[in-house]
Design a protein. Structure first.
Length: 146
């Protein structure tokens, strides 16, 4: 009788190993989904920032009659000028390099290149032009359009 009561007070090594294995499998399955969730959130942030930047570029053109000179230092391409156009959100610039990649009197192209951990995002570089249509790196899946 005494042997039974002592034996039921703990877990065996096999039981603990099974629990650790189950936790490992769940983590192995869940982590990629979590990473995809992070990529999507960061991508949504940069797309909102790019949309806001297109509005600011239109305001810039209204005031200057051209898109030229909207980059830092009065340049035509490069990082958008914080004083002439807008300051970019740090939570966006932590994950993307946002630039005016092309500009002339009547059009422009904004580009967001993922960096750091965001570089693993399958959607890759995001661009938007004067039309307001977003496009993604060549070969990006349809899920990037969301």
């Amino acid at each position: 009788m005494m042997i039974n009561s002592l034996r039921s007070q703990g877990f065996t090594l096999i039981e603990l190993m099974i629990v650790v294995a189950i936790i490992g499998v769940l983590g192995f399955v869940a982590y990629p989904q979590y990473q995809q969730f992070i990529y999507t959130g960061n991508r949504t942030d940069v797309m909102a920032q790019l949309h806001e930047l297109t509005v600011e570029m239109e305001q810039y053109k209204f005031e200057h009659m051209t898109y030229l000179g909207a980059a830092q230092g009065g340049g035509d391409v490069g990082k958008p000028s914080e004083t002439l156009v807008m300051k970019l959100d740090p939570k966006v610039t932590d994950h993307y390099t946002v630039t005016i990649s092309a500009a002339d009197r009547d059009s422009y192209m904004l580009k967001a290149v993922p960096k750091g951990t965001q570089a693993g995002d399958v959607c890759g570089t995001i661009t938007v032009g004067v039309s307001g249509d977003f496009s993604y790196s060549v070969g990006a899946p349809d899920s990037c359009q969301k």
